[in-house]
Design a protein around this ligand. Structure first.
Ligand code: C2O
Ligand code: CU
Ligand code: CU
Length: 457
């Protein structure tokens, strides 16, 4: 995305027909007319302002996932950007005393954080899942000089890959199991989608099962699982059935201390993994398929790479990638949170998803922490829940009472809890005071209540 002035960007949210399936028009909710939205390229320490104008038929909220952002630009779920066609007298205009409202909205991102692949997406209360499903997601990359001197694959050999499943109706429109958008108010429908909404088409950067031509060289794949609810376990498999090593160099919040090699990599909703794959040993004309071991039928396929030519490759993966990962070895407090299904409050009826037995309520403060405190949070899950914390990156200290798994390395902002698992994370609440959130990033779970307020004072 090109700035309109130094450090200033403008995005108009609007309905656009997008060709996702060949020859078929899919009406989508977009950032600027594309899906995914335009990628924002940023530098560490260089603030930008993005002005969003909403020409969609519904209110929206923009959140920069993984951003260390002041609270008033973090996209609180009731801090709405109202549709431009709504005026003061519009019947659906919320009570201005109850909801802060804006017709266009400036979001400011200071980028006082490690270089990382972030993403921006909708975050409206009760309606996040359908809004992301309909297209409101895009990439936001923070870079710095130190990372650029490492010699990692770059330019055409750095590929951000936004992976998201979708389902389509016969007329090409996106299929979501609720007409006006939210599952929370629909007890019958809600019960059948408690696990979240899955699609049967896997999109990478908006294209179904793409084939990307590559050189026989190292590539940096910056993976984001932008799916509402689907978990993947990725592997890169050659025509003759060999699994290429996935050399992980980074996590949600930037580079690891040192590379970690995987043969398969689990990635839950909203997680990012930065991996280097070397295609040098693949014959010209050969293919490498990125497969999902957790899929069935066509969802076992994600995308493929076709090796087009032999080249010289000057890139490298250094043994030391970064030296600034915080230790956080003196926590001042341990808290525990449970993430479980349960009864939603009476007005809604039926089951939903709760944190410590309660569904999200914007009027309640669930946790208050002091700015600068280091805390351990013990997160306990009933089923699979990818838990995300705003503002503060964290490290995984343990899973199920054991040391973290190899893919838990580095600084994260989302941890994928497995069924019945308890994990400990440690973080320092740093940066800004104000009201933030933590929630499950299964987007349907989030809409069905699994979100809580975190006040930093
Ligand atoms: Cu990716 Cu609170 O969100
Ligand atoms: Cu976030
Ligand atoms: Cu969940």
């Amino acid at each position: 995305l090109a700035p309109v002035a130094p450090g200033r960007y403008e995005i108009t949210q609007r309905v656009a027909d997008i060709e996702i399936l060949p020859g078929i028009r899919t009406p989508m909710w977009t950032y600027g007319g594309t899906f995914p939205g335009p990628t924002i390229e940023a530098r560490r320490g260089e603030p930008i302002t993005v002005t969003h104008r909403n020409e969609l038929p519904v209110p929206t909220v923009v959140h920069l996932h993984g951003g260390r952002t002041p609270a008033d630009s973090d996209g609180y779920p009731t801090d709405l950007v109202l549709p431009a066609q709504w005026t003061a007298g519009h019947h659906a205009m919320p009570d201005p005393r109850a909801v802060r409202t804006h017709l266009t909205r400036d979001y400011t991102f200071p980028h006082d954080q490690r270089p990382a692949l972030l993403w921006y997406h909708d975050h409206r209360m009760d309606f996040t899942a359908p809004a992301i499903w309909r297209g409101l997601a895009g990439l936001h990359i923070v870079r710095d000089d130190a990372e650029e001197t490492l010699g990692l694959p770059a330019g055409d050999r750095e590929l951000p890959l936004l992976i998201a499943d979708r389902a389509f109706a016969a007329d090409g429109s996106l299929d979501y199991p609720s007409v006006d958008g939210t599952l929370r108010d629909r007890p019958g429908v809600r019960e059948s989608f408690l696990g979240g909404v899955l699609g049967d088409v896997v999109l990478v950067n908006g294209a179904p099962w793409p084939v990307h031509e590559v050189d026989a060289a190292r590539y940096r794949l910056r993976l984001l699982n932008a799916s509402n609810a689907r978990h993947y376990e990725l592997e890169a498999v050659t025509d003759d059935g060999r699994r290429l090593p996935l050399v992980q160099i980074g996590a949600d919040q930037g580079l690891l201390a040192a590379p970690v090699t995987h043969t398969a990599l689990p990635i839950g909703p909203a997680e990012r993994y930065d991996v280097v794959v070397d295609f040098a040993a693949v014959p010209v004309g050969g293919r490498v398929r990125l497969l999902n071991r957790l899929g069935s039928g066509r969802t076992t396929d994600v995308m493929a790479f076709r090796v087009a030519r032999r080249v010289r490759d000057d890139s490298r993966v250094p043994a030391v990638l970064s030296t600034d990962l915080p230790a956080w070895d003196r926590p001042v407090r341990v808290r525990e949170f449970s993430f479980r299904a349960g009864q939603l409050d009476s007005g809604h009826g039926g089951r939903g998803w709760l944190i410590d037995g309660r569904p999200f309520d914007p009027a309640r403060t669930d946790v208050t922490v002091a700015l600068g405190d280091v805390e351990v949070w013990r997160l306990v899950a009933d089923v699979h829940h990818p838990i995300h914390l705003h503002l503060a990156g964290f490290r995984v200290r343990s899973r199920g009472g054991r040391p973290p798994l190899p893919h838990d390395a580095g600084l994260k902002d989302t941890v994928s809890l497995r069924p019945g698992e308890a994990a400990e994370i440690v973080t320092r609440f740093d940066g800004y005071r104000g009201r933030y959130l933590f929630h499950c990033h299964n987007a349907e779970h989030e809409d069905m209540g699994m979100m809580a307020n975190l006040e930093i004072t």
